[in-house]
Design a protein around this ligand. Structure first.
Ligand code: FES
Length: 110
C-alpha cells in the first residue's frame, strides 16, 4: 500500500447517482431520462473551475449519501476544514439545479 495527498483542499461536492431511480419514477414520462448526476457534475465542475476553484473544490458523483429523498436529488457538501459546514441539499433536478449551484458558489467563496 502507498498513500498520496488529497487533490482538493476545501470542499468535496458529492452528487448521488442512486437518487435517479426515484426521480424518474416520480417524473412524467415526457421528461428525458438522462444521467442526472453526471449532468449536474459536468455543469457544476465547469462553473466552479471557471471561478478559479479547481484544486479547492472537487465535484464528484457518489453512490448513496444516506439522505435518500424520494423523488428528489441529494448532494452533500463536505468541508475539508470545518465539519460544522457540512450539509446536504435536497432538490428537484429539473427545476432547482441552478439555484443549488448558486448557493454552493456563495458558501464556498468566503
Ligand atoms: S439514494 Fe441518493 S442519497 Fe440515498
Amino acid at each position: 500500500m502507498k498513500t498520496d495527498k488529497v487533490f482538493f483542499s476545501e470542499y468535496g461536492i458529492f452528487i448521488c447517482t442512486k437518487c435517479q431511480k426515484s426521480i424518474t419514477a416520480r417524473a412524467a414520462d415526457s421528461i428525458p431520462t438522462t444521467d442526472i448526476a453526471e449532468s449536474i457534475k459536468t455543469q457544476y465542475k465547469a462553473e466552479l473551475n471557471n471561478m478559479g476553484l479547481k484544486g479547492k473544490v472537487r465535484v464528484m458523483t457518489s453512490s448513496c449519501l444516506g439522505v435518500c429523498p424520494t423523488g428528489f436529488q441529494a448532494i452533500s457538501q463536505i468541508s475539508m476544514t470545518d465539519p460544522n459546514q457540512n450539509l446536504s441539499y435536497v432538490f428537484d433536478p429539473y427545476e432547482e439545479t441552478n439555484q443549488v449551484l448558486e448557493t454552493i458558489k456563495k458558501s464556498v467563496i468566503k
